[in-house]
Structures are given as structure tokens and as C-alpha cells.
Design a protein around this ligand. Sequence first.
Ligand SMILES: Nc1nc2c(ncn2[C@@H]2O[C@H](COP(=O)(O)OP(=O)(O)OP(=O)(O)O)[C@@H](O)[C@H]2O)c(=O)[nH]1
Ligand SMILES: [Mg+2]
Length: 312
Amino acid sequence: MSIQWYPGHMRKASNEMIEALPLVNVVIEVLDARIPFSSSNPFIQELSADKPHIKLLNKTDLGDPDITKQWQDYFEQQANTKTLPLDLKNHDPSKQIIDLINKLSPQKEGRNTLVMVTGIPNVGKSSLINCLAGKHITKTGDEPAVTKGQQKINLRNGIMLLDTPGILWPKIENPQGSYRLGTTGAIKDTAVSYEDLAFFAAEFLLEAYPQRLRERFNIEELPRTEIALLEIIGAQRGCLRAGGRVDLERVSTIFINELRAGLLGPLGFETPEIIKAEMQQVAVLKEGKAEREKSRLDKAAARRRKAKSNRK
Ligand SMILES: Nc1nc2c(ncn2[C@@H]2O[C@H](COP(=O)(O)OP(=O)(O)OP(=O)(O)O)[C@@H](O)[C@H]2O)c(=O)[nH]1
Ligand SMILES: [Mg+2]
């Protein structure tokens, strides 16, 4: 199963971005440091490939520092691209970012540099804008789709910022990517099942960060399966139904919220190494779908031919 969430305001926002882009000098894409691959929007990438890019890896307080460094090195190899790790919750990076903007787009006499701030929902675009502006201009919030329309902010230093709503893309083709987006909070609650996310996250943590699970939940010997892990946590947190069975929905919600709040420590869900394999998986899935679609159309055509010959 994969998760899809592309409400009307995102389609509208994408069209508005296309309209605004010709005048944009620099594109800032805010990424989630825990999932720099899955939080890169292929639509934004394609649209703005010819513009200088600043990729900001935000929420590094929640990200695994070694893995964030690997991503920085990876993105810096891309043409016309600069990268900065950020922790907007605890540090003000304004000076570094303004220096980078000026480096990538030397200001023309009497004209503002127009900088579009883009990214998927809930990564910290509006928080960044408030930080650069030095005051609370635009609403932020710990849920996706807080910003619903574009807004221009003049920094009065030769830079004009364009805040945009967080956008995803019509079809998230990488199933792993969609689970990572859901787990880190980029997809609205109503479009995800916390149980599915908890199973995904439990499997990932058992494999990649077993020690964190042992420490957080005081478990000496970890179970082998996700369900057994969630049952242990559920019993600890009193998520029990009548008869003593664990309430999976409740424990899943608690588990995901603790992960999102950083209570399981800083996490890196993906490294640059996985890109190739996951892109290949997506290609195989697409091929399978194309074949199934062709076979469906062939069968429908055969049924029509049969019905036609029966009528003669
Ligand atoms: N832990 C942590 N939280 C952050 C950081 N930066 C922003 N946040 C929080 O992330 C949440 C989303 O921030 P916003 O600035 O509203 O994100 P946005 O990208 O504008 O979101 P949309 O407008 O919904 O697309 C808020 O609760 C912020 O306080 C960070 O570096 N670390
Ligand atoms: Mg916003």
C-alpha cells in the first residue's frame, strides 16, 4: 500500500508556482533532514532545474548527524546547488542564508532578488521566513498544510521572499517514500493510518536503531516482529482493551507521536546509497502496472469483439 495526499489547494499552489517562476532568481527548497530523498519534490526539481538552488536540510535536531552530513556532500555535488543543515527550532541561520542568496544571485541595482521558498508540507518553510524576516509574519504550526496561499515578504535588504504552501505531487510512486513522509508528519492525519505507519516505523527501528528501542522502552531482548514490539509498548503504556488485548490504534498513535517528537533520538531514515535501488523498484512497479493495464485493455477489447460478433 502507498499513501497519496494531493488536495485541491496543492494543485492550485503548484499552478501559482509555475506562474511565479519566470521572475524567481533563487529557489530555496526546505527538506526534512530525516528524509532528504523522500522530501525532495520531483515536481519542484523539474520545474526549477535551471535556477540556482539552496537545499536546506531542516530539523537536524531530529536527524542523525552522520547521515545528514552524507546528504550534504551528496547535494553539494549537484550543479548550481548549495546546501545548509538547519535547526530552526534552536538556531538562527539568517546571516548564512542571506550570504548564500547573495552569492548565488548578485543583486542588480535597484532590483530585489526574488527567492521562492518551497518544500513539502510541515518542513519549516514559514518558520524559515519568520526567522529571515526577524519577526512573526506568517503562520506556522505542527501539522501539514498550514500555509494555503502564496505570500510575498520584503526583507528590505534587496531580497524579496515568496512563501508557498507545502506541496506534494499527484502520485508518490515510491511506497517506502510515502511511509517515510507519513511517519515524519508531512501527510495529513486523515490520509494515513497510524497503525500502518507504526508497523513501518517499528520495522525500520528494529533494523536500524535497535539500541534506541531498548533504551526508550526498557526492553532487554527485543522481539523479532513489529507486532510483538507494539504489543510490548502497548502493555507498558496501558493501551489495553477489555480482555487485556493491546489496542493497536492507540499504541500506534503514541509510538508515532513519540518518534516525531524526537523521543527515540535523532533518526536518519535514508542515505544517498538507497536512491538507486529505490528508483529501480519504482521502475519495476511502474512496468508491472503498465503490463496489468495493457492486459486489462486487451481483455476489454476482446470482450467487445465477442459481443459484436454475437450480435451479428
Ligand atoms: N524540531 C524541529 N521543529 C521545527 C524546526 N523548524 C520548524 N519546526 C516546526 O515544524 C512545524 C512546521 O513548521 P512550519 O514553518 O509551519 O512548516 P511549513 O513548511 O511552513 O508547513 P506548511 O505551511 O504546512 O507547508 C512547526 O511546528 C515548527 O515549529 C526544526 O528545525 N526542528
Ligand atoms: Mg507554511
